[in-house]
Design a protein around this ligand. Structure first.
Ligand code: SAM
Ligand code: SF4
Length: 358
């Protein structure tokens, strides 16, 4: 396939996804990077990732911290989260992401509300810098809870749809009301209506997933008009039902290539949105996140979770081997003249309701 033959409709996207020609993939990444620089500039924005807890009420069939997996559980204290956020502010990251297993108990919800307010109150380390921007990724909550957290100061929320195909969604989740595709969709629209920059995404290279499914995921992002996307390769965890069931999935090499390709295609489809270069790319290749940036992504989330806890946020195989290598990553990007947008929220240009004043 030739780049000039690429069309950005379902058929064209599926053909590009299925194409394994290395020259095509390389040309696609180069074109996506060119479009990114021309549309939103060369900067990469950082979000310090704080994995607040691996306790989860849900049982997604692919996830290494699902409720029924036996593993040491942890929850960061408010002091630990604040201390980590202060480090992010001191390094001029501009934003933090608070991510964790899904919990809907009132004690957890109130804790998050207090933390959002306390993080917003951290004095910026340089005059003129905004207070830290806050992205949440804490799963499905009631509309009231989303409102409470928005009112407290969170302004972005990442809730992946995981797969936009309801049949595939059903295959990778337990068949009960806690894991409902329709509920997930409703939560996404609640977030958007409340005023969050509502980001979504899907896993790439899942068992049972076709090129058409992945093309549909891209079309879903476009239809939802998502201002930011965080998607990444599926990586198996040895103890999950999805792995144990033995359903085939693409090789590491193929999942990595697909991860880069989905970023590049999305950049062409939605040139002015924020696209994260996911951690799950780095698991498959030590230069994964950097290559994600060179394929059109513009956001990186260095992991700031305290190391003794990070080892138990073990979503998939080899996740525990990942250490915060962001300083070498930053050096690598800077050596390629890719600037880091320090001290800025780095909001998506696509999002009009809440323009970044900085
Ligand atoms: N619990 C929240 C939720 O599910 O939205 C946020 C935390 S959850 C660990 C964050 C993301 O991890 C999920 O959206 C899912 O896509 C991803 N994830 C979980 N297991 C994975 C796996 N085996 N491979 C790749 N990504 C995975
Ligand atoms: Fe829980 Fe999120 Fe993992 Fe599902 S993907 S089991 S909701 S942490």
């Amino acid at each position: 396939m030739n780049l000039s033959e690429l069309t950005l409709d379902r058929e064209g996207l599926a053909a590009a996804i299925a194409c394994e020609d290395a020259a095509f993939n390389e040309a696609l990444s180069e074109e996506a990077y060119r479009v990114k620089v021309a549309t939103i500039g060369p900067e990469v924005y950082l979000r310090g990732l704080i994995e607040i807890s691996n306790i989860c009420v849900k049982n997604c069939l692919y996830c290494g911290i699902r409720r029924d997996i036996r593993c040491p559980r942890y929850e960061l204290s408010e002091e630990e989260v604040l201390a980590t956020a202060k480090i992010a502010a001191g390094r001029h990251f501009g934003s933090v992401v608070i991510q964790g297993g899904e919990r809907t108990d009132p004690a957890f919800i109130r804790k998050i509300t207090r933390l959002i307010k306390a993080i917003k109150a951290i004095e910026p380390s340089t005059e003129g810098e905004p207070p830290l921007g806050i992205t949440l990724s804490l799963g499905e909550q009631s509309r009231e809870v989303y409102e409470e957290w928005f009112d407290a100061g969170a302004h972005r929320y990442l809730l992946r749809i995981e797969s936009s195909n309801p049949d595939l969604y059903r295959k990778i989740h337990p068949d009960d009301s806690l894991h409902s595709y329709d509920r997930r969709i409703k939560a996404l629209y609640d977030l958007k209506e409340i005023g969050y920059q509502a980001g979504t995404g899907a896993m790439i290279g899942l068992p049972f997933q076709s090129a058409e499914d992945m093309a549909d995921d891209l079309m879903f992002y476009k239809e939802f008009d998502a201002p930011m996307i965080g998607m990444g390769p599926y990586n198996p965890h040895p103890q999950t039902p999805l792995t144990l069931a033995g359903a085939p999935y693409p090789s590491e090499k193929r999942r990595f290539a697909l991860g880069l390709k989905m970023i590049a295609l999305l950049r062409l489809l939605m040139p002015d949105i924020n696209i994260a270069s996911a951690t799950s790319l780095e698991v498959l290749d030590p230069r994964g996140r950097e290559l994600g940036i060179l394929s059109g992504a513009n956001v990186i989330m260095p992991n700031m979770t305290p190391e003794d806890k990070m080892v138990n946020y073990n979503l998939y195989d080899r996740k525990t081997l990942l250490r915060d290598s962001h300083s070498s990553l930053v050096e690598e990007l800077e050596s390629k003249k890719i600037a880091i947008g320090y001290g800025q929220w780095g909001d998506s240009r696509h999002f009009r309701k809440c323009p970044d004043p900085f």
